[in-house]
Design a protein around this ligand. Structure first.
Ligand SMILES: *[C@@H]1O[C@H](CO)[C@@H](O)[C@H](O)[C@H]1NC(C)=O
Ligand SMILES: *[C@@H]1O[C@H](CO)[C@@H](O)[C@H](O)[C@H]1NC(C)=O
Ligand SMILES: *[C@@H]1O[C@H](CO)[C@@H](O)[C@H](O)[C@H]1NC(C)=O
Ligand SMILES: *[C@@H]1O[C@H](CO)[C@@H](O)[C@H](O)[C@H]1NC(C)=O
Length: 204
């Protein structure tokens, strides 16, 4: 009984600050609920879209017109890059693509590739022809290349740099730079046509 008596006068004094306090609480609760709903929406969207990594493989490569004289190189490279988009709902715009061939970190050939659109669940083959024309090489690189030439096999790295956007439904993302690198690609100088497929690494 005395406990309830002392409790009675308490509410009026608490009532005064209670109204703004409960307003703050309501706003806080609403904000929290909104954050939870937004989080759930993002999670569900993510699960529905289920984004998967794009997969790239260098499928074919050849080297023609190879001539290395006085540290100057002539060569024609042909590559076929297999681009696999495993996504059910994501398609990809390749708005700009360039390819480079490097030998011991020196760029020996460069070219740009026509832009294309890749639908979802699609395999596309990107062809690139690169020409080195009377390219001056450093004496040490030239020497190493000369040594490899005698073995009839030359090892290069093939790089692709693409400006890409993804499309999900009617939504399109901003541009992102996608780097694809195919390391240690062996090209044979002889007429032998065999090419070992190379899985390529990607970096967004
Ligand atoms: C690879 O490219 C070479 C030269 O262009 C061609 O002769 C050969 O048939 C190609 N191989 C495959 C498996 O496409
Ligand atoms: C390579 O190029 C040099 C200079 O242009 C030429 O003298 C030589 O005959 C060429 N060699 C081959 C195998 O084509
Ligand atoms: C490369 O080709 C150009 C044009 O055909 C020629 O003038 C040059 O001598 C060649 N260089 C080499 C190293 O073969
Ligand atoms: C991939 O898309 C390209 C361009 O739309 C089309 O030409 C090609 O047939 C498609 N390939 C597959 C395996 O769906």
């Amino acid at each position: 009984m005395p406990a309830s008596n002392t409790a009675v006068p308490a509410p009026p004094t608490q009532q005064q600050p209670r109204t703004p306090f409960s307003l703050v609480r309501c706003v806080a609760t609403c904000l929290l609920a909104l954050i939870v709903i937004l989080g759930l929406a993002v999670l569900i969207t993510w699960l529905v879209i289920n984004p998967k990594k794009l997969v790239y493989t260098l499928e074919n490569g050849s080297l023609q017109n190879f001539n290395l004289t006085n540290n100057h190189l002539n060569a024609t490279f042909d590559f076929v890059l297999r681009a696999y988009n495993p996504n059910r709902r994501v398609s990809v715009y390749y708005d700009y693509i360039e390819s480079t061939v490097t030998y011991e970190d020196q760029t020996i050939a460069f070219n740009t590739i026509n832009p294309f659109f890749q639908p979802h669940r699609n395999i596309s083959r990107v062809k690139s022809k690169l020409v080195a024309l009377n390219l001056a090489m450093s004496p040490s690189t030239s020497k190493d290349l000369m040594v490899e030439k005698t073995s009839r096999e030359i090892q290069v790295d093939v790089h692709f740099k693409a400006r890409t956007r993804v499309k999900v439904g009617i939504w399109k993302s901003n541009h992102r730079t996608l780097r694809i690198v195919c390391y240690s690609v062996t090209l044979r100088l002889s007429g032998y046509k065999h090419f070992d497929k190379i899985p390529c690494e990607t970096e967004l």
